[in-house]
Every structure is written in structure tokens, then in C-alpha cells.
Design a protein around this ligand. Structure first.
Ligand SMILES: Nc1ncnc2c1ncn2[C@@H]1O[C@H](COP(=O)(O)OP(=O)(O)OP(=O)(O)O)[C@@H](O)[C@H]1O
Ligand SMILES: [Mg+2]
Length: 346
């Protein structure tokens, strides 16, 4: 009774998937990256229009690929927060329309809950409690996942999200958009110890540094200054070394904070989610450190790190099986804390 057709349109990927618990019947993702690339970032109005163009095709494709019909679907889900308002509205309106048409419950899902559930899709044995390191274009959070809907935020960023920092540094190195994947590739050919960059420590009034919160704007500015200095020199800009040194610093900082948090709170399992979970440097650092401290760490496969509807369907399947559904007048919200998901349900 928990087969879900799920829709994800919070940013620049139109996703439709059919999922039952951790089993995926179909997972269609239509990326708008090529369209936004020429602007150097996501243009919200363009994103909404593109979702509108694509959504019906994606729904039909997801149904066809799953080889199911509407009788087999128990609920219709969509990401309803956080994200771009116009973009969210397209997915939520499509989901509500299908729910009315086929007389199925509608389930609104918090986008970050989707990123948390991405780990379940590939790890049949993963069960809460665990610590989720959520690293994406808009978030850098350490979330204690106690159960479905029972989350507390133990750490977050004071300024830029880590994916945003990757994108901004890539832009100043003229590497295009989105920056993360190209920086990662380039970093693998550079020397990660060539340049020493600041770790963005946050001082506490009581002395010492905040153990779990992060800050990336100082690091980003340090790279800007470094690049300006290097450009005054005659030799070619060592782009790969800059990318590798940046990535090394980010991976080291995030690993230190995650491991400290897991040990302090005695949480033996870490699951990483969001686009930056694809990063090879972060994967390497965290895997080594987790092993040293006898912790388990799980990374979703790359296709579940960035936005997709399978993760939304997985979360919605769990929600519906526990009796949660959303009112048909549920509004989209550009921001909502992951700790406030109860307001999405009847
Ligand atoms: N291999 C990689 N290394 C580093 N960053 C990466 C990599 N692959 C993708 N990213 C970054 O991940 C981000 C996109 O991730 P995601 O789709 O989860 O974010 P979002 O949906 O825009 O934000 P949010 O989920 O917070 O709303 C981009 O900033 C991109 O540069
Ligand atoms: Mg996302």
C-alpha cells in the first residue's frame, strides 16, 4: 500500500519517479543545467517555465518505464519546500492534480528529507538513528535522524553552503556552472597541499571554536586573493592545484566536524546526502576517518546525490505507510526548517 509517484521540481531538475519503500520502479530526471549554464547559475523564472514544459513528459515516461498503471499507485508526492517558489509550484500543482484525478492521497515532502532518504535507496540495512551530513547547493548541515520526521540540527553553515562555495570558486577559476563536478575532476590532477587555505573556524564567546558549525565565505575569499596574487605572476595559473587545495580544505573541515559530532553524540552511523556527497575528496577523507574511529559511513550512488524524485518517493512511501498525508491546500514555501515537517501533514 505504499507505491508512490513522486515529483521533484525544487530547483533545476525535473524529476518523476515511482517508488515503493526502497524499491525503484522508474526514476526519470530531466536536467536543466545546459539551459542555465549560459547564465552562470539557475535563473528562477527560466527554471519554472522549463519544469512546466517537461513535467508531463516526465510523468508519462515514469509510468511507462515502471510498467504500472494508476491502480497500482497508492499516493502522489511532491517536494513542497524549500526551493524556488515558481519551480516548487509546478511540481506541487501537478501532484495535487493527479491526486484529485485518480483519487489518491497527496503527500508534500521536505526536500532535505528527500536527501536524507537518498541513503536508504541503496542501503537496505540502513536504519535510524544515524547522523546525516547533508551537503548540497543550499545546505551544509549535520542532522541527527532519530526516526522518520524526528530530526534535530546539530550543525549548519554560518554563511555559504558548501556546494555554493564550490560553484563560486569554480566561477572565479572560469570553470563554468555547476562548479562542483568540474572542480572535483580537476582537483584529482592537482596537488592538494600546494596552497594552505583557512578552515573557517567559528570562535565561541566562551573561547575555542564551534565544533559542528561551518563557514565557507572566508575560504572563498582566500581563494579569490590567492588567484589575484597568482595572476600577477608571469606563469600560467595553476588551476588544478588551486582546485585540489580548496577541495582538500573543504573535505578536511567537513570530515573533522562530522566525526567529532558522531563521537560526541555517540551516533555510530553516518549517512551523507546532497550534491556534494558526490565529491571524491570528501568521500575519501570521511571513509578513512570513519574507519579509524570504528564508525559506519554510507554515501549514496552519484545519481542519488543530486536532485531526483526517487529520494522524494522513498520518503513519501515511509510517510504514507505511517498514515501521513497532506491537505490539498498545502502551500509551497521557499524556506522551512527540517525540524518543522509536522506542519506539512493533516
Ligand atoms: N563532485 C562534486 N563535488 C563537489 N560538489 C558537487 C559535486 N557534484 C555536484 N556538486 C555540487 O552539488 C550542488 C548541487 O547539489 P543539489 O542538487 O543537492 O543542491 P540543490 O538541490 O541545488 O540545493 P538544496 O538541496 O540545498 O536545495 C552544486 O552546488 C554542485 O556544484
Ligand atoms: Mg537538492
Amino acid at each position: 500500500m505504499t507505491t508512490i509517484l513522486a515529483i521533484e521540481t525544487s530547483c533545476d531538475e525535473t524529476g518523476v519517479a515511482i517508488v515503493k519503500k526502497r524499491k525503484i520502479f522508474s526514476n526519470v530526471v530531466s536536467s536543466q543545467i545546459q539551459i542555465h549554464r549560459r547564465y552562470g547559475g539557475v535563473v528562477p523564472e527560466v527554471a519554472s517555465r522549463q519544469h512546466l514544459e517537461t513535467i508531463n513528459h516526465c510523468i508519462i515516461q515514469a509510468i511507462n518505464e515502471a510498467k504500472l498503471n494508476w491502480d497500482d499507485i497508492d499516493g502522489i508526492a511532491a517536494t513542497c519546500t524549500p526551493g524556488l517558489m515558481g519551480a516548487l509550484l509546478v511540481g506541487v500543482t501537478a501532484a495535487k492534480t493527479l491526486a484529485i484525478l485518480h483519487q489518491k492521497p497527496f503527500i508534500g515532502i521536505h526536500h532535505l528529507e528527500g536527501h536524507i532518504y537518498a541513503s536508504y535507496l541503496s542501503q537496505p540495512e540502513l536504519m535510524p538513528p544515524f547522523l546525516c551530513l547533508l551537503v548540497s547547493g543550499g545546505h551544509t548541515s549535520l542532522i541527527h535522524v532519530r526516526d522518520c520526521g524526528d530530526y534535530s540540527i546539530l550543525g549548519s553553515t554560518r554563511d555559504d553552503a558548501v556546494g555554493e562555495a564550490f560553484d563560486k570558486v569554480a566561477r572565479l577559476l572560469d570553470l563554468g556552472y555547476p562548479g562542483g563536478p568540474v572542480m572535483d575532476k580537476l582537483a584529482q590532477t592537482g596537488n592538494p597541499f600546494k596552497f594552505t587555505l583557512p578552515e573557517g573556524k567559528i570562535s565561541l564567546p566562551t573561547g575555542g571554536y564551534h565544533p559542528y558549525d561551518s563557514s565557507f565565505s572566508g575560504l572563498k575569499t582566500a581563494v579569490l586573493r590567492l588567484v589575484e596574487k597568482l595572476k600577477t605572476q608571469d606563469s600560467l595559473l595553476p588551476v588544478a592545484d588551486v582546485a585540489a587545495s580548496f577541495q582538500e580544505t573543504v573535505a578536511r573541515v567537513l570530515t573533522k566536524k562530522t566525526i567529532t559530532c558522531a563521537l560526541d553524540y555517540k551516533i555510530p552511523t553516518i549517512a551523507v546526502g546532497g550534491g556534494v556527497a558526490a565529491n571524491s575528496g570528501l568521500r575519501q577523507h570521511l571513509q578513512v576517518a570513519a574507519q579509524e574511529h570504528n564508525l559506519n559511513v554510507y554515501f549514496p550512488p552519484l545519481k542519488f546525490c543530486t536532485d531526483n524524485a526517487a529520494m522524494i518517493g522513498c520518503a513519501a512511501s515511509e510517510r504514507l505507510s505511517r498514515g501521513y498525508s497532506s491537505p490539498l491546500n498545502l502551500k509551497v514555501q521557499s524556506r522551512l526548517s527540517i525540524t518543522e515537517t509536522t506542519q506539512l501533514y493533516n
